[in-house]
Design a binder for this molecule. Sequence first.
Ligand SMILES: C[S@@+](CC[C@H](N)C(=O)[O-])C[C@H]1O[C@@H](n2cnc3c(N)ncnc32)[C@H](O)[C@@H]1O
Length: 297
Amino acid sequence: MAAEQLEAWDIVSGVGLTALIVAAGRAIDSNRADALIDDPLAAHFLEAADAPVPMPTDLGTAERDGAESLAIWTHMSNHLGVRTRFFDDCFLRARAEGAEQAVVVASGLDTRAFRLDLPAGFGFFEIDQPKVLAFKEEVLRGNGAAPRCDWRAVATDLRTSWSGELVRSGFDPAKPTVWVVEGLLMYLTEDAEKQLLDVIRELSAPGSRLVCEHLRDIPSLARDPEFARVPAYFHVELPELLLGESERPRPEDRIAAWGWEVSTRTSAEMAGRYRRKFDPISQALCSRTHFITARSS
Ligand SMILES: C[S@@+](CC[C@H](N)C(=O)[O-])C[C@H]1O[C@@H](n2cnc3c(N)ncnc32)[C@H](O)[C@@H]1O
């Protein structure tokens, strides 16, 4: 299917809006006294976007917007604080252990290229929809943000064959890579997920790593009354967005079958390690949210 035939979105529509929600969660976590991350650029995206619901940058503002707003944004900052911190830690470890370039698949408003300690020549490739990346670049440029590495945006649709575009952007399949797949698989069909993982395998030199989020038991999550508050608050239809079905093969099983070393942790486990106490909505999500890390030999 050609890219123009596929549904596209910007930062305030469809799955693009989820990237803005994630940025708000990161901005809020960064402003908490018990912050797990420091993402000062996240707030700039919220200032620039015409979001369909208020996107606060701290919990005080969320509270002034009402009790439901406080509950939703407490959850978002809890969930995304833990997730982002885990992915940051894995990313930096992968680099310290030999990754020579990174690909952030469906990067949304991820600012790792701008906030983590990376060498200037480190190739950092971000793949997302053209309008999402255009918004991101405009905001970053408008705020004078400078990447700390060799940052390259690859504007494409992951449901097409995108590996050629990545290579044309300067990605070197001979170098060990750290792949980041955060907040994505739940929005892909089974075929698209399989295609994505196959491309990652194909383009991974020995010593490459993958860190990936996998949400399980989506049908039961969608029925959970605590979690149901989230799509209601954002006025989104969950079944239209969340495509990851429970019956499909688990990503870690596919990856282990490649001969990669794989391990899996839940967000509940990582919240315990980071001493972050979860609210009721995050409780509904945390045993279903799995973080997979893998390394090729
Ligand atoms: C929840 S956001 C996560 C963004 C980022 N990984 C993060 O954690 O901040 C989901 C992102 O996936 C992107 N996305 C989903 N399906 C995609 C596709 N088929 N092609 C390109 N990008 C896609 C959306 O545009 C959005 O930026």
